[in-house]
Write a protein that binds this ligand. Structure first.
Ligand code: PLP
Length: 399
């Protein structure tokens, strides 16, 4: 494969020559192209679906068990259990840990709503701790001041594909006797100090929502743990708290992974490593082109601390002129997204927690400045170059 910088050398005739029209003529492309992935796996996926339809075993069963074994092997953990979604993975984890009214659980305000929703759903109180501005992950050095006698645990989120700073988080949790539930929904196979995220804390939670790095054909999730007692609880809780048919041992829920989803995920799982590598290659392309165009300084690029591997579920840049940049890119056909436009502590659903604007300034600022660029595996270097040309055009004409 041609390295990005070589490929682009020819087009790089000085930033002044960059015109938006160079992008406008290109084929439009989506922010995320799930059809491209399906096209490559079509016969295998269709065969997997037909296999399930033929044996008519739809709920849990052998496909789900096989996926759970493969997943546990991949993660290097003892137990992996399929469930209905990433949101339910968080809910099952907290239920198994006995979280309920009167408890506090610390998490980040800069994440998808399900992270804090799982805490509130169980009648416990989400306590938000601000993020590190460079990584967008929870700031471990602000954790201790948030701990009270009611604190039960911490939910760090490995946001956008980058591991949270787990060593201090785990140390603080140990000192205070707290659990650590990792929200690894966006970070499957990301490594922290050589170890996969999701296996560092008490329980790991994963999502197979279609836009995640390993996506199902609908909703799906997985919990992982090395604790046999917690595994047993979660296995019981996902089937109405029943260990034996029509005997209810715990108040559980219905949260199972469908065999159809498991069969499709088993086709996709062996490709995850190559898809992750393709995301990382696209990210390298962005990095080197931003450098070539000398706009790295105008933008906050993703930060990857030593010892962390980023799997780029999102490639997020930041600029104080985010909205103008986004409008400019939209006009020339470059798709972008904003994750997230509003921090959780200012969402109406959490109004009763009493937070106000200005309480968590880093998260609030990030919400105003971040912009996610397309990064899906099939994107390819030409589109990466088109995105960068579009951004360079914005800074060339407005600086
Ligand atoms: C997607 C996501 C979830 C929820 O997963 P679903 O499968 O959509 O329920 C939870 N946390 C984070 C950080 C996510 O990105």
């Amino acid at each position: 494969m041609t390295p990005f910088n070589q490929q682009v050398e020819g087009t790089l005739l000085g930033v002044a020559a960059v015109k938006t029209s160079s992008v406008a003529g290109a084929q439009p492309f989506p922010f995320l192209d799930l059809k491209a992935q399906f096209a490559g796996l079509r016969p295998e996926i269709i065969a997997a679906v037909i296999g399930v339809l033929e044996n008519q075993h739809f709920i849990l069963g052998p496909e789900v068990e096989a996926l759970e074994r493969d997943f546990a092997d991949l993660m290097g953990c003892h137990h992996a259990l399929g469930c209905a979604s990433g949101s339910d993975a968080l809910l099952l984890a907290l239920m198994a840990l006995g979280v309920g009214p009167g408890d506090e659980v610390i998490t980040t305000p800069f994440t998808f709503v399900a992270t804090a929703g799982s805490i509130a759903r169980l009648g416990a109180r989400p306590v938000f701790v601000d993020i590190e501005p460079q990584t967008y992950n929870i700031d471990p050095f602000r954790l201790e001041e948030a701990i009270t006698p009611r604190t039960r645990g911490i939910i760090p989120v490995h946001l956008f594909g980058l591991p949270a700073n787990m060593e201090p988080i785990l140390n603080i949790a140990k000192t205070h006797g707290l659990f650590v539930v990792e929200d690894a929904a966006q970070s499957i196979c990301a490594r922290y100090q050589g170890r996969m995220v999701g296996g560092l804390g008490t329980i790991g939670c994963f999502s197979f929502f279609p836009s995640k790095n390993l996506g199902a054909a609908g909703d799906g999730g997985m919990v992982t743990t090395n604790d046999p007692r917690l595994a047993e609880s979660m296995k019981t809780l996902r089937v109405h708290g029943s260990r034996k048919k029509y005997q209810c041992d715990l108040v559980g829920t219905n949260s199972r992974l469908d065999a159809l989803q498991a069969a499709i995920l088993r086709v996709k799982l062996p490709h995850l490593a190559e898809w992750t590598a393709a995301r990382q290659r696209n990210a390298d392309g962005y990095w080197s082109l931003f450098r070539d165009y000398q706009i790295s300084e105008s933008l906050g690029l993703p930060s990857v601390p030593a010892g962390c591997e980023h799997v780029y579920n999102q490639f997020v840049i930041r600029t104080h002129r985010r909205d103008q940049l986004r409008d400019h890119l939209r006009r020339i056909g470059i798709p972008t997204e904003i994750y997230y436009p509003s921090p959780l502590h200012l969402q109406p659903a959490f109004a009763d927690l009493g937070y106000k604007s200005g309480d968590l300034v880093e998260a609030e600022l990030a919400c105003q400045q971040v912009l996610a660029l397309p990064i899906y595996p099939e994107l390819g270097e030409e589109r990466v170059a088109a995105v960068v040309r579009g951004i360079a055009g914005f800074f060339a004409t407005t600086d």
